[in-house]
Design a protein around this ligand. Structure first.
Ligand SMILES: *Cc1c(COP(=O)(O)O)cnc(C)c1O
Length: 424
């Protein structure tokens, strides 16, 4: 069956034909690729076409697809049983690695997705502080738990409006969503609600509105304000953890959040999430403390095995290697678009990048929204037709892996050059 036929068949039994909406080609048009297999930097679709992949499963595949050592480790582990519902040494091995890598993490709880990690972190922050309100930022994605699926209200004092039907107003009303990089808005929110704010949750480098860097002083400001008000600071490093550096953005900046959420890379492609932080706060979780949290498949031996192997390989890697490849791509893209007279702003952090089709500098969700999504869609389709798989939406990051070769980068630049000719 080809992609179209598979999509038609899928849509009969799966809502929209996909099990996560970001996989649908809603904003770019056309049919999603149905993937048959992948290896290194390449994915092969149901029609046998190969693509250089810059989605990398939305982040986890930092070593490339089907890394032989990770595959071998999973093969060996699965023969010993897929799940026990009882503790294993593998979970300790994983926890010890996370604690060693992240300066702010003294204890960690494994879960099965990033959503579970952020959901647990928010519950723990509320349970620890005895407060109900939380602060997040417009355009930051923290998974799909009710309290976090809240869009911007305009202005600091505006209470959250549910970003999705199904979220009780009373719950959404406890989420304040502010402009990223706007410390004054945070100060105003704390001036009004400070005694009732349990936590701030933030992507320390935002990568879910496209890549947006924190302005100098922004994260430091969040640290100060939360500390002064008895609120917790939660870094959602589900994307940035083990990607921007082995210990995440916090090792680069030296800022120590109270809690950190992880996911994606630490499962090596298997379903995983984790949240950790100060021991005192973490031990407020059951079974030691009163805040309940659980999971039948949490710390799953296959996921731990894939994650541990991935981390052990990553630990020996030089992250400047993937950053340099990303910078080469960015510089070449920028030059090609400049030469063509097409306005594009390219943000990048380490091995993450986003091409925003706008003239304005992108510093938050509002400026990201100024991008020309229609032009992006044409760029996306042009690249796809030339064998380059980018995320099928303007407000996403591109991911470069250790498996991307110089040849991949050259081919991607050549595809961009050809695609641009079709955009004018
Ligand atoms: C992907 C992501 C999540 C959610 O993780 P899932 O495993 O998809 O539930 C949370 N936070 C950030 C920053 C993410 O990028």
């Amino acid at each position: 069956m080809n992609n179209n036929e598979l999509f038609t068949r899928a849509a009969k039994v799966i809502p929209g034909g996909v099990n996560s909406p970001v996989r649908a080609f809603r904003s770019v048009g056309g049919t999603p690729l149905f993937i048959r297999e992948a290896s290194g930097s390449k994915m092969v679709d149901s029609e046998g076409r190969a693509y250089i992949d810059y989605v990398c499963s939305w982040g986890p595949m930092i070593l490339g697809h089907a890394h032989p050592d990770v595959v071998a480790a999973i093969r060996e582990a699965v023969g010993k049983g897929a799940s026990f519902g009882a503790p294993t040494e593998l979970e300790i091995e994983m926890a010890e690695r996370v604690v060693a890598a992240f300066p702010s993490i003294e204890a960690v709880r494994m879960v099965s997705s990033g959503t579970e990690a952020t959901m647990t972190a928010i519950r723990l922050a509320r349970g620890w502080t005895g407060r109900d309100r939380i602060v997040k930022f417009n355009g930051c994605y923290h998974g799909h738990a009710d309290s976090l699926l809240v869009k911007a209200g305009s202005g600091v004092a505006t209470l959250g409006i549910p970003g999705s039907p199904g979220i009780p107003r009373v719950l959404a009303g406890l989420t304040l969503s502010l402009a990223y990089n706007d410390l004054d808005a945070v100060k105003a929110a704390f001036a009004r609600y400070g005694q009732d704010i349990a936590c701030i949750i933030v992507e320390p480098v935002a990568a879910n509105m496209g890549v947006v860097m924190p302005k100098p002083g922004f994260l430091e400001g969040l640290r100060e304000i939360t500390a002064a008000n008895g609120s917790l600071l939660i870094f959602d490093e589900v994307i940035t953890g083990f990607r921007l550096a082995y210990g995440g953005w916090q090792t680069i900046t030296g800022i120590r959040p109270d809690l950190t959420c992880l996911g994606k890379i630490i499962g090596g492609g298997l379903p995983v999430g984790a949240m950790g932080g100060k021991r005192e706060i973490m031990e407020h979780l059951a079974p030691v403390g009163p805040v309940y949290q659980a999971g039948t498949l949490s710390g799953n031996p296959l996921a731990m095995t894939a994650g541990i192997k991935t981390l052990d390989i990553l630990k020996k890697k030089n992250y400047t290697e993937i950053e340099e490849k990303t910078v080469r791509l960015r510089n070449a893209f920028q030059e090609l678009f400049d030469r063509a007279g097409l306005p594009v702003r390219i943000n990048h952090a380490g091995s993450l990048f986003t091409l925003f089709f706008t003239e304005r500098e992108v510093v938050d969700y509002a400026s990201a929204q100024g991008s020309n999504a229609e032009l992006f869609a044409r760029f996306f389709q042009g690249m796809l037709a030339r064998g380059i798989n980018l995320a099928p939406a303007q407000f996403e990051a591109g991911f470069v892996s250790f498996a991307h070769t110089d040849d991949d980068i050259e081919k991607t630049i050549a595809a961009c050059e050809k695609t641009i000719k079709t955009l004018r």
